[in-house]
Design a protein around this ligand. Structure first.
Ligand SMILES: [Zn+2]
Ligand SMILES: [Zn+2]
Length: 779
């Protein structure tokens, strides 16, 4: 139902734009590789390909039943070699530019899925898919250098004005640009300098020691010849056996040793001891930190344990008299600076940039930029994905598969157990190959790509979906791109939506597209709930679209979904609502059947109405419905209000009575019914089409009939009653047309005998109008 909702929203927009005369590309495809299919295949003891293609056939049929206006000629599936060939092509292009690379490091590993995960796929320490706790593993893996695009990914968020601000903020935080300071600490009695990176230059006067990662390249040199040399070497060896995740975990006691040297804090020339500690990793910053125990909890614990000095440099406004002795934990909040030389009394947030600039000027440090975004780990130890097109040769090293040999096809009939590493590794006919460079025996890469790779560029493939020569035709892409309207859940905010932006920028650099951003406007649709919980198979609260289709038909389902809530909001499933949508459609159908009546064209009638007669009222309601439904589309897709406006028009039609043979009136009635059917067409295409034919229309399909326009004058053809006050007391009720200009209103008021009785024109001091409600005269 979640999918049905997403696709229904998209379809209504596509059909509306088609009726407005736009050339609309409304495509569909299947993001078909990945673990769910592989796991289902293992569970059902079938081949993932068979399983997937069966699901696709079923899905295809269901989509057709829903009446979605897809261009079926562009239907594609990411597990087709015709498609994933181009994944491999992009990968090699990235490899050639140094954007795809392999490196050994500590990676996120889901023990349940038996595969690695990207940082974006770890949510609160758990696997995004199966919610198992993620562990760290030392592995050699393929990465994409998304970090190279961090500046433009951040900067171009400004261009995405038509994205929900929530999504932009999430991406901004994830990319995480921060300004920091690299501070140079000279080593006492040596020529060496240690650079530390800090985002807290405001605490520099409180730095009372320095800690290096045990792997830091300077450590052995610094400790050499000191009485602490032996302890230092022993500690390095012990730490080497500890996993990085253990070293980083919060509850682990911070271990470390003094290495026999002192550094000089440049801001106050204080000698402070140099330690190595297991909680500092070489991968972060410069592999060295300045420790400010009073304002950093990890430093505080380390300092307490090693009995190191502390100094408060930010005053806690809630506890201004506290001393170092009275502290039982670090104060990490905000406050004004103390013990900080010329910077005392400055709020610490303000002091950050002030001290950083001052230190840079003095040559004590260098302002630097730090990013939270990490490179994207994309190799997966699973079968059902795109083979990474790389070959390992003893003589030549890592060699990409030549373009003309693509695709590297995923072999069929592979035994998949879900255990024991990459299934492709056990397929000799796949692994063994000739080196593309030297021709000697070589081995293929057996990992496959994360499926987010597949979905990072698929929208471009829709522009020329079955092009066998190129990834897509440049001219086609130029014509269609960027995507005008994108619809997807908020869960994609920092995954798919970030990756797709990255790929677009890369393909622009390759000269394949001219756009900076793939999606102009983004709508994040709300979830579908039942009994206040998200519909899901595991909760057992799903509604099967097929059952609804056979009972009520696609149109009633579509109408219910669109009427029940605005697209961005959560939608609570409600069978009464579905029933109501079905009844409304029946009512309109009967209207067409019983009241619409084809009349001869020659009987022209004049279209002039008295303001308050039923003809004028019907015309007003008809034009009003067009105006309001059109506005609902243009002002944020408020389909629920659009549908209630159509219901208002249906009521007006029901109220409009005519006698047989009144052809002028019949013409008006016909026009109102036609309008209602046209407005309904994007929402309920099947029954709208049928009603259009019933009305004897000659156009081959209603979906190509022009969207109706409205007449502002017709909207004014109504009479409203407003009260007239004189000096605060109501003296009359007058009948006027809406939004009447003030001078006209004034004349009508003064012409009213009851008003004239209380006020003369010459005595009016103030004439106040509350539009369409009230006139207040002060005399
Ligand atoms: Zn998992
Ligand atoms: Zn070779």
């Amino acid at each position: 139902m979640g999918h049905v909702r997403n696709y229904t929203i998209a379809d209504v927009i596509a059909r509306y734009k088609m009726m407005q005369g736009f050339n609309v590309l409304h495509p569909i495809g299947y993001d078909a590789f990945g673990q769910p299919a592989e796991n289902a295949a293992i569970k059902n003891k079938t081949d993932p390909a068979q399983w997937t293609y069966r699901c696709i056939t079923q899905m295809h049929d269901e989509l057709k039943k829903m009446g979605f206006s897809y261009d079926w000629g562009r239907e594609l599936s990411t597990c087709d070699a015709e498609y994933y060939k181009w994944n491999q092509w992009i990968f090699i292009k990235m490899f050639e530019r140094g954007l795809a690379y392999k490196r050994a490091s500590s990676v996120n590993w889901c023990p349940d899925c038996e595969t690695t995960l990207a940082n974006e796929e770890v949510i609160n320490g758990l696997c995004w898919r199966c919610k198992t706790a993620v562990v760290q593993k030392e592995l050699e893996q393929w990465y994409l250098k998304i970090t190279q695009y961090a500046p433009s990914l951040l900067e171009d968020l400004k261009k995405l004005e038509q994205w929900p601000s929530r999504v932009r903020t999430m991406q901004e935080n994830w990319i995480g640009k921060s300004y920091g300071l690299e501070i140079h600490f000279k080593i006492k009695d040596m020529a060496e300098t240690i650079s530390v990176f800090t985002t807290r230059p405001d605490t520099i006067f409180g730095a009372t020691y320095v800690v290096l990662a045990p792997e830091h390249p300077l450590v052995i040199k610094l400790a050499a010849g000191t009485p602490q040399e032996k302890d230092t070497l022993g500690f390095i060896e012990r730490t080497a056996n500890k996993s990085k995740s253990l070293r980083m975990s919060g509850d682990q006691r911070k271990e470390g040793v003094f290495i026999g040297r002192h550094a000089v804090n440049p801001v106050n020339n204080e000698s402070i001891p140099v330690y190595i500690g297991d909680y500092v990793l070489m991968e972060y910053g410069t592999g060295a930190i300045m420790a400010v125990p009073t304002h950093d909890q990890r430093d505080f614990e380390f300092a307490k344990h090693h009995k190191l000095p502390m100094r408060i440099v930010i005053k806690d406004p809630k506890d201004p008299l506290v001393s170092v002795d009275g502290m039982d934990q670090a104060y990490e909040g905000e406050g004004v600076l103390v013990n900080s030389g010329d910077f005392d009394k400055i709020p610490n947030e303000e002091a950050k940039s002030k001290i950083a600039e001052w230190m840079q000027l003095k040559g004590f440090g260098r302002v630097s930029i730090h990013w939270r975004l990490r490179d994207w780990l994309i190799s997966r130890q699973r079968y059902w994905g795109t083979p990474i097109p790389m070959v390992y040769c003893e003589a030549c090293g890592v060699v990409p598969v030549p373009y003309h040999q693509l695709p590297v096809e995923l072999p069929k009939d592979v035994e998949i157990t879900g255990e024991g590493g990459s299934p492709l590794g056990r397929v000799r006919s796949f692994v063994e190959c000739a080196c593309p460079k030297c021709g000697k025996p070589a081995r293929r890469e057996t990992d496959t790509m994360a499926t987010f790779f597949d979905s990072s560029w698929y929208f471009l493939r829709f522009c020329s979906a079955h092009n066998t020569q190129e990834i897509f035709d440049k001219a086609d892409a130029k014509y269609w791109m960027p995507v005008d309207q994108y619809i997807g859940g908020i869960e994609h905010a920092i995954l798919h939506l970030l990756y797709a932006r990255f790929f677009t920028k890369f393909l622009k650099d390759l000269g394949l597209v001219t756009i900076d951003e793939p999606f102009v406007r983004l709508l994040t649709q709300g979830m579908v709930l039942k009994d206040n919980e998200v519909m899901s198979k595991s909760r057992g609260n799903t509604v099967d679209p097929d059952e609804v289709l056979s009972q009520y038909g696609a149109d009633a389902l579509r109408l219910f979904i669109l009427f029940a809530a605005p697209p961005e909001d959560q939608l609570e499933w409600n069978s009464d609502g579905l029933e109501g949508a079905w009844r409304f459609l029946n009512r309109v159908y009967q209207m067409v059947e019983k009241r619409y009546c084809v009349i001869a064209r020659s009987e022209a009638t004049k279209q002039s109405f008295k303001q308050d007669d039923p003809d004028a009222t019907l015309e007003r309601e008809r034009n009003n419905a067009i105006k309001r439904v059109t506005q609902s589309f243009e002002e944020g897709y408020k389909f629920n209000t659009a549908i209630s406006d159509m219901m208002v028009l249906a009521n007006a039609i029901d109220k409009y009575k005519i006698d047989p043979g009144e052809s002028a009136k019949q013409r008006l009635l016909n026009q109102a019914i036609e309008t209602l059917v046209l407005l309904l067409a994007p929402f309920v295409p099947h029954v709208a089409e049928e009603m259009w034919q019933m009305m004897g229309k000659v156009e081959p399909t209603i979906s190509r009939v022009a969207w109706p326009g409205f007449d502002e004058n017709a909207l004014k053809m109504s009479i409203i009653t407003i009260a007239v006050q004189v000096n605060g007391r109501v003296r009359a009720q007058i009948q006027v047309t809406p939004d009447m200009p003030q001078e006209e209103l004034r004349k009508i008021c003064l012409a009213d005998p009851n008003v004239a009785k209380y006020v003369q024109e010459s005595a009016i001091k103030k004439f106040i109008v509350v539009p369409n409600k009230l006139v207040s005269i002060v005399a």
